[in-house]
Write a protein that binds this ligand. Sequence first.
Ligand code: SAM
Length: 222
Amino acid sequence: MSLAQWTKVDAYFNGLLAPSDPDLDAALEHSAASGLAPHQVAPNQGKLLQLLARIQGARTVLEIGTLGGYSTIWLARALPEDGRLISLEADPECAEVARANVARAGLGNVVEIRTGPALDSLPRLAEEGAGPFDVVFIDADKPNNPGYLEWALRLTRPGSLIIGDNVVRDGAVADSESTDPKVRGVRRFTELIAEEPRLTATAIQTVGEKGYDGFALALVTG
Ligand code: SAM
């Protein structure tokens, strides 16, 4: 099996089940034209996030890692009109592109994008009494995943869902000798989830147009 095969299958499923639309297309085009890296989730992954948020009956979502707001749009579309999605982005240029993309998609009233390192923004959210969030999507710098998990636990409630993206890293997550800070970050993240009595979780490997990677899903139970 190859990336070409996985991409072909993704195109088949996406065409039927996760079709694009002018706002999602415009978000991708504006992000690319602005020089943002194409590190957003694939369409069927965006749709998975949206379905998970809907299954949760989510009214509030916290996203860590906005990029151009592509996953933000998928997630925000799961929310009711009075729902709220806060997305944290370190790079001011990404945040600006994302704000424009979100506004174009008609989601400006639901989505707030906060600029700055997430580990600075998260304590401020807690001080403000934000949350509890029904869904937390962690998709930023992987070495900080352990810290993001700690804050996600503080900002959620029993029944909330915490999702971590890119936890497989081409299979490198299984390499206990890896010195790659991203691999070490997702390994520590997974270990902390496993040790945490308030979480029950799994991780799923995925292949597709984005290559070989995967998601961790953790339900807050207590
Ligand atoms: N969730 C986005 C999507 O699927 O459309 C993709 C996010 S991209 C994989 C990771 C993003 O995290 C980048 O935009 C990067 O600038 C941002 N980032 C990296 N380090 C960060 C930090 N310390 N705090 C907040 N955002 C950070």
